[in-house]
Design a protein around this ligand. Sequence first.
Ligand SMILES: Cc1ncc(COP(=O)(O)O)c(C=O)c1O
Length: 414
Amino acid sequence: MRTEFPAKGTPWEDLKRTMVDMGANDIDWRHGRNGMYVFYAGEDVLRVAKEAYTLYMSENGLGPMAFPSLKQMESDVISMGLSLLNAPEDGAGSMTSGGTESIMLGVKTARDYAASLGKNTVQAEVVVPFATHLAFDKACHFLGLKIVRVPQAEDRRANVKAMEAAITDRTIMLVGSAPAYPFGLIDPISDLSDLAEKHDLWLHVDACVGGYLAPFVTMNGTDLDIFDFRNPGVKSMSADLHKYGYCAKGASTILYRDKSLFEFQKFDCDTWPSGRMVTPSLGGTRPGGAISAAWAVMNYLGVEGYRAKAKIITQTRGKLQAAIEAIDGLEVFGDPKLGIICFGSPDFDVNVLWGKLFERGWFLSLTTEPKGIHLMMTPAHEQSVDQLISDLEELVPEVRASSENAEAPGFRYS
Ligand SMILES: Cc1ncc(COP(=O)(O)O)c(C=O)c1O
């Protein structure tokens, strides 16, 4: 039944109570019961994000002239992102509402850059590894491009040789991820960078998940392949602040190795009676709160704070990984080094295990090829990992012994 527009207002205190009650059945992310959607880094970080968000909630990022405050904050956020990801001095970019928008803009910019070189960009091709986020399909769909997905290598990362074989005279762009969402693995970005340079193609690195985590994992001493702008073929990167940046939702960054490339992102229009508008991102109005919260959280944590969070995440993921590898019938996919871990089984249907974990209050996600259970670990999982391990130890022999199959996965995005 359709909800009627209320004839009269309701006092805020009553509404607040109702809204809190509405959340009673939501997943318990504060205690690390989720494998996705919320990146909880503690009450203190959350408080900073909330207070900073409300400070500039009414202001509008569309108006840098009216709000030099937001202009400065966005410029600081972008500068911090560029330096963290080792962009050249001339690097540039903008904040966006999230990973999908950053990707959409990265693809649009690559397309318009290719067009500026005289290439035909109608249904031009974007070559991506199989595990690349489907935001690229969305971007290609919206932009009149064709996405070409290439099967991954045996180690479940990008197969650079196969990607080279997929390049045609219609190709304008290559993509690698750091890491790709399904298995949490960083693609061989330096090889992709060489490939992009060899064929004179745009390489975008999707670091939506790893952009604000992997640099700190490296600083903590883990040897990761170089995935950022230090690879000369990398023209653009997407990196989300509302994931491992622990910022309020609606915050990501799209970054370019130089200002001239960023120019292709902007939409400059003067066709209506209200005057010229130059917008860098997809939206018109942009929430000031997402910008101010990002600025505040980044300054609140600093490198020291992010390193401390990264340490908790990698230690917790390592603990879970070791426990999974010790359980008969389970195997971890690939060799994850960040916060994502995905595991499956050669001898039973992990969708059944997912269902049993769900019944015990775990909200994890699933992969389909191969079937796997997936989680994106945050600092909150430090407190829940032992329980998850003991649930797995208890449930796996039970599921293994039964011949149950779950035809339809219990998890869905919609
Ligand atoms: C690797 C990767 N890229 C892009 C995205 C899309 O980000 P968003 O959900 O913020 O649009 C995600 C989301 O999980 C992701 O994991």
